[in-house]
Ligand binder design. Sequence first.
Ligand code: ZN
Length: 241
Amino acid sequence: MQVGATGKAWCNSCGGSKWHTVLHVAQQNFPRESEYDQDEDNFYSMLQCRGCDNVVLQKDWYVDGQDMQGGHPSYYPPPSLRKRPDWLLRWWGTSGLQAKPVFLICQEVYTALQNNQPHLASMGVRAVLELAMIDKIGGDRSRFDENLAALYSQGHVSLLMRERLTTVLDVGSATIHRGHTPSSDDLNTLVDIMEHVIESLYIHEADVKRLAERTPPRPPRVREPKPPQDVNVEGVANKGG
Ligand SMILES: [Zn+2]
């Protein structure tokens, strides 16, 4: 790749394959030292996303001029399975949970997803959900099903979400205790539910509270005087008969 050239690469910030511009290229050469050896080159290209200015390093590996990765170079940081949600920074800034494990482990879930560590990601989702539940219900009931029951009885989640959480928490448990490896699709579902619950418990709750504070109160209702019973709608007195 040449400086100034453009090409498609994955952008973790935009969450997709985007056009990038090559800012700089560095070459690392390992010359052939014997007849049994081969000439080897690493090319490190610094790329900048043309959509969001995010910068990523692409590494191409060539042996005797042949692309050893078959058109699939390595990237640093690696492409992420999931884009971190936009509300993560707001959660960090407004929840008071910055240094708490629930927030830190949530961050680590995305790092695990970015580094192809499905077991750690799955265990992390379970940990985040359990810690969020305990935080919301005001203390650990010692068993996850009791924590979940308290979360439901206090009205934080619907009956449907309670059932979904039971399944999601069991995947984490299966990973920890039964050596289960969740697929990429399963991981996406786990993270979908984790994001939905965190957003609902923390972000939407704060948003709705602010919305209520900004909404002017209803004016007191003024009751219209009722017309006398013997007067019709045109205001003409009924004569009877
Ligand atoms: Zn981008």
